[in-house]
Design a protein around this ligand. Structure first.
Ligand code: APR
Length: 225
């Protein structure tokens, strides 16, 4: 089967990375207008770098969990063709061994030059006056897609989702578009795996609820026997 999995912050929650909208989620502690918009970055780049430096440090000290590992195992299986589309900016899918990962909201471990569009592996901490390794402009930012910006790889994502036999959303509240609308593009079966019903749960053919480290390995075991 051609399987496309869309993951959200919920898959990394049990690795110690906060989600955004749950109780004590990141957006209950930080004003997203200040730390996750181009306007906020223009107003106060030091505050934005501080926010992503803390998230990068948290990610570096975290480990992939059983859900990440189960998806990497499914990717290796010869029975199915898996593509992982993730809203997450962490690198836990890759650290679990997955290779086919499309980061639609960018990557915490990457730097981006707002002047020349160069990209590079980010240092653990980034500062507003860090020079771009390519054009030397002090215009470096995390390579993360902020609110009001267009997500990456949307043409490729739309193509794999509409061609999938099975589309599965894991650990996402389905509150943010265009990710939350991908289920509409799916022509094949659709399944939601989440701790609780998401905002789009009724758009799915089937759903299972529980912690990702339990329901994802169980689902993968069914597929790979
Ligand atoms: N196992 C499975 N699901 C979980 C778990 C868990 N252990 N813990 C939380 N969840 C579920 C929650 O029930 C919720 O539905 O994960 C979802 C997390 O939702 P959000 O915090 O809204 O995260 P996400 O959907 O990934 O956010 C989408 O919004 O803030 C922006 O760019 C950011 O990519 C992000 C996007």
């Amino acid at each position: 089967m051609k399987i496309v999995v869309l993951t959200g912050a919920g898959i990394s929650a049990e690795s110690g990375l906060g989600t955004f909208r749950d109780q004590d989620g990141l957006w209950t502690k930080y004003d997203l207008e200040e730390v996750a918009t181009p306007e906020g970055f223009a107003r106060n780049p030091a505050l934005v770098h501080e926010f992503y430096n803390a998230r990068r440090a948290n990610c570096l000290e975290s480990l992939p969990n059983a859900a990440h590992e189960a998806l990497a195992k499914l990717e290796r299986s010869t029975q199915h063709e898996l593509t992982i589309v993730t809203q997450n900016v962490d690198n836990l899918h890759e650290r679990a061994g997955a290779a086919q990962v499309i980061h639609m909201h960018g990557e915490l471990m990457r730097g981006l030059c707002a002047a020349c569009d160069a990209r590079w592996d980010a240092p653990a901490t980034m500062q507003p006056d860090d020079p771009c390794p390519s054009c030397a402009a002090p215009a470096t930012r995390p390579d993360v897609v902020w609110f009001g910006e267009i997500p990456y790889h949307m043409d490729r994502i739309a193509a794999v989702v509409s061609a999938a036999d099975l589309f599965v959303a894991i650990g996402t509240s389905a509150e943010v578009y265009p990710a939350a609308g991908l289920v509409e593009l799916a022509q094949g079966e659709t399944l939601e795996l989440n701790l609780e019903p998401s905002a789009r749960t009724n758009a799915f053919d089937a759903r299972r609820f529980g912690p990702a480290t339990e329901i994802v390995p169980a689902w993968v075991a069914e597929l790979t026997g």
